[in-house]
Design a protein around this ligand. Structure first.
Ligand SMILES: O=C[C@H](O)[C@H](O)[C@H](O)COP(=O)(O)O
Length: 225
C-alpha cells in the first residue's frame, strides 16, 4: 500500500468517530484532507465543522460542509487531525503544515481528539521531526536564542519561493527546532509555552490524542490513551 492509501484508510476509519448532529473539529494536512473528502459523503449527518486553517475551511466549504467560527460554537464533540509524530502515550508533534496554533485551539475545546496517521508517524521518542514553534515576528530572534539554549537547532521556516520568513494564517512566523530528543513532552511544552513571544508550540502533550488510528499494511490499528 502507498502512504496515501494508508492515510486514506485511517481517514475512512475516523468516520466512525463522527458524532451525529454535532460540530466536528477538523485538522489540517494531507491526512486531514482525506478525512474531509470522507466527511463530505456523510455531511447531512453533522451540524457543521470548525476548521483549523484557512486551507481546511476552503476545502470544507468546497464540499458544501458548513464551517462555523469558533466564537459561535460552545463545544465540539470530536477533533480529527493528523500528526507529524505520535508516541505510545498519545503525545504528538504537529505543525509541519503550519497550522499548529489553530489546531491547538480547536483541539482544546474538543471533547475527544482522534489522531489519524500512517504507521510511519508512530515513534518511540518525539523529536526526529523538527519541532515547529509559532512566534510573533518581532520576537523571532529572541525566541530562537531561547530555543537554542534548550539544546535544539532552531531555524526560521521560509517561504517555498524565497528566503523570506513564512507567514502563518495568524500573521506569525515559524521556527523549526531540529535535534531535540523529547523524553518529557509535557515539561518541554510547558517550558516553551513560557517563552515570551511564543504563540504556540507544536508539542501536543498536556492535551494529547485520546485515540490514534494508525494506517498499516495489516489494516487500521487503534491505540487508545
Ligand atoms: O500543521 C499541520 C498539521 O499539524 C498536520 O496534522 C501535520 O503536519 C501532519 O500532516 P500530514 O497529514 O500531511 O502528514
Amino acid at each position: 500500500m502507498t502512504q496515501d492509501e494508508l492515510k486514506q484508510a485511517t481517514a475512512r476509519a475516523a468516520i466512525d468517530y463522527v458524532v451525529d448532529g454535532e460540530i466536528i473539529g477538523v485538522g489540517t494536512g494531507s491526512t486531514a484532507n482525506f478525512f474531509i473528502d470522507e466527511l463530505a459523503k456523510i455531511k447531512h449527518r453533522i451540524k457543521g465543522t470548525v476548521a483549523s486553517s484557512e486551507a481546511t475551511a476552503a476545502r470544507l466549504a468546497g464540499h458544501g460542509i458548513p464551517v462555523f467560527d469558533l466564537n459561535d460554537v460552545e463545544s465540539i464533540a470530536v477533533y480529527i487531525d493528523g500528526a507529524d509524530e505520535i508516541n505510545a502515550q498519545g503525545a504528538m508533534i504537529k505543525g509541519g503544515g503550519a497550522a499548529l496554533t489553530r489546531e491547538k485551539i480547536v483541539a482544546s475545546v474538543s471533547r475527544r481528539f482522534v489522531c489519524i496517521a500512517d504507521g510511519s508517524k508512530l515513534v518511540e521518542t518525539l523529536g526526529k521531526f523538527a519541532l515547529p514553534v509559532e512566534v510573533l515576528p518581532m520576537a523571532r530572534n529572541a525566541v530562537m536564542r531561547r530555543l537554542a539554549a534548550l539544546g535544539g537547532q532552531p531555524k526560521v521556516r521560509t517561504k517555498a519561493s524565497s528566503d523570506e520568513a513564512f507567514v502563518t494564517d495568524n500573521g506569525g512566523n515559524l521556527i523549526d527546532v531540529a535535534g531535540l530528543s523529547i523524553t518529557d513532552p509535557v515539561a518541554l511544552e510547558t517550558q516553551i509555552n513560557a517563552i515570551v513571544g511564543v504563540v504556540a508550540v507544536g508539542l501536543f502533550a498536556a492535551r494529547g490524542a485520546d485515540v490514534c488510528l494508525l494506517g498499516t499494511a495489516d489494516g487500521v490499528r487503534k491505540l487508545e490513551y
